[in-house]
Design a protein. Sequence first.
Length: 637
Amino acid sequence: MSEKKFYGYMGRILRVDLTRQKVVSEELSEKMARNFVGGTGFAGYILFNELKPGIDPLGPENILIFATGPVTGTLWPGSGEYIVSAKSPVTGIYGESHSTWNFGAELKQSGYDMIIFYGSSENPVYLYIDNGDAKIIKADDIWGKTTGETNKILKEKHGKDIHVACIGPAGENMVKMAAIVTDHIGTCARCAIGAVMGSKKLKAVAVRGDFSIEVYDPDGFFEFYLEQREKIEKDPFVPGQRAYGTTLLVSAMQTIGRLPTKNHYQGVFDHYDRINEQQVVKRSVGHIGCHACPISCRNVIKIQGPYGSYIKEHPEYEAFDALGANVLNADFESIVEADRLCDEYGMDVISVGGVIAWAMECYEKGIITKEDTGGLELKWGDPNLILKLVRMIAFREGFGNILAEGVRKASQIVGRGSEKYAMHVKGLEISAQDGRAQKSMGLAHVTSNRGADHLYSSSFLDEVGFEEIIISRFGEQYLPEMADRLSPKYKWLMVYDCENLAVLMDALTVCKLAGNVWPPLMYFGDVAKLLRLTTGFPYTEKEVRIIGERIVNLHRAFNIREGISKKDDVLPDRFTKEPAPKGPNKGHVVELDYMLPKYYELRGWDSKTGWIKKEKLEELDLDFVITELEKLGKLPD
């Protein structure tokens, strides 16, 4: 093994000053790498230390981060992922989004572990990196273009082997659900980070790289990789995942009553079979997979219908719910078309569907009228209306300008009691889970540091009751309740543990659905081993557990600094006060008042304020956080 400062890392950070149009390369800090690993850990560290509290997320003071981790770009399954992070324009707190495909691997192989953007450009620009050589280039010719057009133009200009992450019109218009689309396939969708790019006049980041990623112990790494591949191939859930991707969840979630329907009113959809995985495979013409993924879960489908004829990768489960069941739309082709438009305009399908569902329910109840909508009848399940609203949101046309603010702000603008029907946590629209059918998810939506979200915790263990996994991780004494999705008991422990593990995967940075979290084939000891083989740092299982907890608390500290406290850790009344009206979870609510205090206690957070106790921050070596929160008077007494 040759001597090298960093194994697994490229060892370089690129800082880009868009105001002064300058780029500066610097060494990656070994201390930051050791204590925060990469990806989401790096993002949290940079934002907390370099971003002033209270800044406008759409102002030049905001910082935009593209980050990879030590495993990104290697052979490890699902290692093509990257994360983008900034203060979110829709929540006003820590914002982060992820995308698989190949961009993350290419970014790293272009020579950098992370890109940090500062300021804003006076005119549209994009960043181009070719094997370490970074340039800011004028983007007047692609400003106003869709993501597909942008991707095509940049590949024609720089070569088909480049990889592109860009915004569409929604990002340019600073829509509060704007996404970043990678290679016209992957999407960094959540938290409106695309709007931050738009505010900075940054149209795209294009990368090409041939640099190799050197791991500390190549033989050991490869042996461990083969072991993981064998586990993946033998796992009973993988064949279904390979055949259907996440769309298999449409039927699975219908079965357990966790398929959000009619603005999260219930968890079952009478016409789910018209939009489920079987409809996807009927139209499938092949499969594609992300960098280093042995599962290749994406169907390529052929669409021939009233909205045109084309071939595209299938929409994910979240799209079939957000643009389908949750707005009572059973028209398969219109869902695919709405998903395609969201990709072209650059928007988060979860948030788009969520704000449309809110508007439809308010219209049904007479809270929103034709006078508000400009004459539009917001009837449930109308495919053409949904497609029209997608465009109106992206271009901020008419009533779409209000919807483009996201469901929390839109409900505040409309008022008249519409806030009751806005399904969000901390401003982020709730994704396609119903916590009344799976209590761990009800808690996870509240504790996620980026707002309503299922992947921050990835608490999947009670979806189908992994009793053997639960016993191995927690002990037999937690059964049967921990494996029972309808029982709130011990779910605080599950969410706590799953969050710590999930953020480690986002620090590595790898796809959670390639055997790293789902199927549940990796745990803390495996992460420690993978990090030792990759970086050479002597990580132990105990240490990586602490790192996971450290990152979660750092994100929480960022949010506390921005004003978040216990008062914000709430669900809409629909989940806590309105029992599910039908389905397997009929009569259930989310017992948040029972679970949350026990979660706080486990985390070492104050029960009255939701702030982090000083002794917990000391335990996690977050002294710089203590200094900052003490100065602001935001440490509990």
